[in-house]
Design a protein around this ligand. Structure first.
Ligand code: ZN
Ligand code: FE
Ligand code: FE
Ligand code: ZN
Length: 267
């Protein structure tokens, strides 16, 4: 059966998504989902950028909005509240305070920055020309391992986002991935099958099949996310996501409540 739950949904508060949260919920119902979770871009701990993430002063409104959707869809949909928070080394204490300020059902940790470079930002695309792709990949996976070990996050988002613009390493990264998978397992991290990659230059779900097989073999659990920035994107390509997970060897996925895995659902 198609996954019943989409845990990666944005709201306009991040400055680059559109549509009322209720429209996202409505789309979820139409798609036959029974559970969604909002995970908008958490306020950045290193700097502010209104086009990239919420501002700290918007958090009360974020929670109010989700509360309102939960009430409105009470009989139709389970509505979870999460965040997608950046992992920025050196700012762990600030991140911890931010995530403790409100109750969440889960927090998705994402790596979008290598030092100050937003490597997945189209505006900073030319920066790739100055870099060694293999070094970028190694740095990216090191940051993923650090995010897992930070203990800040429940789920890690789009765990090969580094491929977004279709730049691929020329060297073998299999040892990087093996190490990353064992760190994830050790840290009890869950990863997401993120279908938005299909609509990016790499045209592939995050993470790729080769990596996903390694995560599966290491016993790293999964959730599903569309990374919707528009209502119509909720639950998008979830049949493909399910097939992707099953092809890698997965038989089930997990659901969260109050930052704990509370249910396991068969694929
Ligand atoms: Zn976004
Ligand atoms: Fe992201
Ligand atoms: Fe996202
Ligand atoms: Zn994302």
């Amino acid at each position: 059966m198609t996954p019943i739950c989409d845990y990666h949904i944005h709201t306009p508060l991040c400055g680059h998504a559109e549509g009322d949260p209720a429209e996202y919920a409505k789309q979820a119902v139409q798609k036959g989902l029974s559970e969604i979770g909002f995970s908008d871009h958490a306020p950045l701990v290193s700097h502010t950028d209104p086009g990239i993430s919420m501002n700290i002063s918007q958090l009360p409104l974020y929670h109010q909005m989700i509360e309102a959707v939960r009430a409105q869809f009470a009989n139709k949909l389970t509505v979870r509240v999460g965040l997608e928070a950046d992992y920025i080394p050196g700012f762990e204490d600030k991140s911890k305070d931010l995530l403790a300020a409100y109750p969440y059902d889960y927090v998705i940790g994402s790596v979008h920055f290598i030092e100050k470079w937003g490597f997945d930002d189209p505006i900073q695309l030319q920066e790739w020309d100055k870099k060694d792709v293999n070094d970028v990949y190694r740095e990216y996976f090191k940051l993923l391992r650090q995010s897992a070990q930070s203990g800040l996050f429940d789920i890690l988002g789009h765990v090969d986002l580094v491929k977004k613009f279709d730049f691929h390493p020329t060297e073998d990264m299999s040892r990087e991935i093996e190490e990353t998978a064992s760190v994830f397992k050790e840290a009890a991290i869950v990863i997401e099958i993120n279908s938005s990659g299909l609509h990016k230059p790499s045209h592939e779900i995050y993470p790729c099949m080769e990596h996903l097989k390694v995560y599966c073999r290491n016993g790293v659990p999964i959730t599903f996310g569309s990374d919707a920035h528009k209502p119509e994107e909720v639950g998008r390509d979830f049949n493909k996501s399910r097939e992707w997970a099953m092809a890698a060897g997965y038989k089930e996925y997990v659901l969260f409540e109050k930052r704990k895995v509370t249910r396991t659902v068969e694929l």
